[in-house]
Design a protein around this ligand. Structure first.
Ligand SMILES: NC(=O)c1ccc[n+]([C@@H]2O[C@H](COP(=O)([O-])OP(=O)(O)OC[C@H]3O[C@@H](n4cnc5c(N)ncnc54)[C@H](OP(=O)(O)O)[C@@H]3O)[C@@H](O)[C@H]2O)c1
Length: 282
């Protein structure tokens, strides 16, 4: 069995996740999400865009399989008090009584204590269980890890979400070496395809064929610091390809060398769609 088919315990939670998670932004139809669950994918992230078909899949799957699912709801709210109605609306639309993770989306600064208090209120009311944060400012993570280790954060984050792919490997230097071990938060990687650039024939080094989405996911999954890689498929074919990354397992050395060569070229020649804090060139 490929290593990537084995599920992974997430940080200090009691949850065990497939190595691939699905994001809802690209409009995957309800049936395709449900089929992916039957094939072993149990991490579903209702963000950055909450597409209705994805919400219906959550509603349908949760009726029979709630305990097997790991469900994240994201809020980009820039006023802490707006998170509560946002989560309550998501609960109504999915028919759930709770989400597993509340994700504070795209936080480039340390969230104020008001955010943590809102999380605690929602958690105490049984609406969410764990706290998660995504960032486009990787140096923030090192800072958060340090304060967490010193017990200075009012609430512990259970999961962090960050950009990591063959073109953007900065996390190998400025995040992964600093992830605390005890307690260890879960790490999710997004933009494995670099907004599709690694799949784009126009962006390849001369003479190279583009990478496949499958190999982009395999690259991110191969890093031992990454627990789950998010994919953003738009249709059944793309979903199949993402799942094929789990079946194919870790990269052979020759494949890795090629992927790293292409990633380095794309990084050097093509601007990111969205720069991260921590990038050397933007
Ligand atoms: N909270 C945050 O800070 C944050 C940050 C980044 C991403 N996200 C979310 O994370 C989720 C995953 O997004 P991602 O960018 O990480 O996903 P991704 O899988 O790296 O990229 C999705 C893109 O890849 C293309 N794609 C996917 N599978 C393909 C295939 N088999 N063949 C060809 N093209 C394929 C799609 O292009 P086409 O649409 O052109 O087909 C789409 O533009 C989404 O819900 C996204 O909104 C959140």
């Amino acid at each position: 069995m490929s290593d990537f088919l084995e599920r992974q315990p997430l940080g200090h939670s009691d949850l065990v996740s497939s190595r691939l998670g699905i994001g809802s932004s690209f409009g995957l139809p309800q049936k395709v999400v449900e089929h992916a669950f039957e094939r072993g994918v149990n991490y579903l992230y209702w963000g950055s865009i909450r597409r209705p078909g994805f919400g219906q899949a959550i509603r349908h799957l949760a009726k029979r399989h709630r305990d097997e699912l790991i469900l994240t709801v994201q809020s980009y709210a820039r006023l802490p008090r707006l998170i509560v109605p946002s989560v309550e609306l998501a609960l109504r639309r999915t028919g759930l009584d709770h989400f597993d993770y509340l994700l504070l989306g795209a936080r480039n600064e340390v969230p104020s204590d008001d955010y943590l208090e809102v999380f605690e209120q929602l958690r105490d009311r049984g609406k969410v269980r764990f706290l998660s944060l995504s960032t486009h400012n990787r140096p923030l993570l090192k800072k958060l890890f340090a304060t967490e280790q010193q017990g200075q954060n009012a609430v512990a984050y259970d999961m962090f979400m960050l950009r990591y792919n063959a073109a953007h490997r900065g996390a190998e230097k400025d995040v992964f070496p600093f992830v605390p071990n005890r307690p260890r938060p879960a790490i999710l990687a997004y933009t494995a395809t670099r907004w599709g650039h690694l799949l784009d024939a126009q962006k390849m080094p001369p003479g190279e064929t583009p990478l496949s989405a499958r190999d982009c996911y395999r690259f991110a999954l191969s890093n031992p610091n990454v627990d789950v890689v998010l994919c953003g498929p738009a249709n059944a074919e793309q979903m199949d390809e993402a799942i094929s990354a789990l079946e194919a397992g870790p990269l052979e050395q020759e494949e890795r060398t090629r992927i790293e060569r292409i990633g380095a070229y794309v990084y050097e020649k093509h601007q990111p769609s969205f720069p991260d804090g921590g990038d050397t060139t933007t």
